[in-house]
Design a protein around this ligand. Structure first.
Ligand code: HEC
Ligand code: HEC
Ligand code: HEC
Length: 129
């Protein structure tokens, strides 16, 4: 009988600790990320594609750009509104979004994604620093 009591106490303590993050955060959502428009992106009227598309599909767009440049040697992108852009992660995206840490990383840290792009591609900011 004694054993049973201790098991129940042990279980309760375990459950209390284990679920702590859940009930501790009840009612307060962690603040949503606020990607900042800095540099040229602050002055630009629009992104490469409409904002809603960029928000959800920029990864696919970047993959498409990479494939196009590396495999087909096609380097110019024509957007849905007929504007042309050089297909480049650092020379285009980061030319407008000059502060990777205050833009890209804001969201990525929030959702815990760590794109490996920066193992090879260099944030122009890092060179000038
Ligand atoms: C001509 C400058 C310019 C270029 C080049 C550019 N952006 Fe943007 N980007 C903007 C602007 C301005 C906005 C805000 C658009 C709006 O509010 O309608 C934006 C918005 C975004 C958003 C949505 C942000 C949010 O708050 O939801 C993402 C994601 C994004 N850009 C990623 C990229 C990526 C990836 C590239 C390269 C493929 C890129 N941008 C190239 C200017 C640019
Ligand atoms: C509005 C928020 C937001 C902004 C701003 C943003 N991203 Fe993202 N990004 C995301 C989310 C969310 C994912 C994960 C999507 C998924 O897993 O389906 C992601 C995923 C990615 C991926 C794919 C990563 C992987 O491992 O699959 C790449 C590449 C990427 N982002 C590049 C960029 C670049 C470059 C910028 C800045 C120019 C940027 N993103 C700005 C929200 C954002
Ligand atoms: C293992 C190293 C490596 C990694 C990791 C890597 N790339 Fe690249 N990427 C390259 C090389 C090399 C090129 C070819 C450079 C050229 O032709 O100018 C390239 C070209 C590109 C291009 C077209 C040229 C340009 O200037 O941007 C895009 C877009 C691109 N990569 C996007 C990405 C994205 C997005 C990620 C992360 C999801 C990524 N790459 C991860 C090595 C890498």
């Amino acid at each position: 009988m004694h054993d049973k009591k201790w098991i129940i106490i042990g279980l309760s303590v375990f459950l209390a600790f284990f679920t702590f993050p859940f009930w501790y955060n009840m009612g307060k959502a962690s603040p949503a990320p606020e990607p900042e428009l800095t540099g040229k992106s602050a002055g630009a009227k629009a992104c490469v594609e409409p904002k809603a598309y960029m928000k959800t599909r920029h990864m696919q767009l970047l993959n498409q750009w990479r494939a196009s440049v590396v495999r087909e040697e096609k380097k110019i992108y024509v957007s849905s509104t007929g504007k042309t852009f050089k297909m480049s992660l650092t020379q285009t995206c980061l030319d407008c979004h000059t502060e990777k840490s205050r833009f890209c990383d804001q969201c990525h840290t929030y959702v815990s994604v760590r794109p490996d792009c920066w193992d090879c591609h260099i944030d122009p900011k890092e060179i000038s620093r």
